[in-house]
Design a protein around this ligand. Sequence first.
Ligand SMILES: Cc1cc2nc3c(=O)[nH]c(=O)nc-3n(C[C@H](O)[C@H](O)[C@H](O)COP(=O)(O)O)c2cc1C
Length: 203
Amino acid sequence: MDFFDVATTTRAMRRLHPDPVPDEDLWTILETATMAASGGNTQPWRFVVIRDAEARKRIAAWYLDAWEKTYGPARELMRANPSSAMTYNSANHLANHLAEVPVLILVTIRKDNFRNGPIAGASIYPAVQNLMLAARALGYGTTLTTLHKLHDAEVKELLGLPEDQETMALIPLGKPKGKFARPPRQPVERVVYWEKWGETRAR
Ligand SMILES: Cc1cc2nc3c(=O)[nH]c(=O)nc-3n(C[C@H](O)[C@H](O)[C@H](O)COP(=O)(O)O)c2cc1C
């Protein structure tokens, strides 16, 4: 696939088929993730591939609880606004069907990276984005999710994470039910300044 077709259509895909994902595709996706940049090339990432049905069920229950607690109170408001209704409905679908997603990938980082403050995430999210782009190139949908953090301790215990690891993202992966498309974004001309803050230009 053309790189720009991949990069401009890698959006949150939350309605996924339960069909199993072959190991070969997972290796390609995960190896691409490990080609990402990290501070000093420390490669502080680890990826836990979760396909076990019971583990997915337990994580899905924690995720749904986190979803309800975080977004439940805003349900009516978000559904009433057309610009948030689509994201709400899609995220609500994922929260209610996470156990059916064939693969969940938990991305972790070594905690000592937190010495760097907010920059710690900068050594993990390039790998996460590489993972999502590679998945897209092979026709798989993904979403970067973080709601599991409300049940972080339970997730860590279930998967046997050592003390020195922090969870950074949980990525559901599977063949999408819908079509890949460009995501809704502000026009680039509006968010790019030339030479000085606020100096926009027509394209
Ligand atoms: C740091 C971060 C955390 C996110 N957490 C969640 C999450 O917990 N659940 C979820 O469904 N989507 C999550 N998302 C996905 C965003 O909602 C999504 O990227 C955004 O709505 C844009 O979607 P689009 O690319 O389809 O337009 C997260 C994205 C980021 C970058």
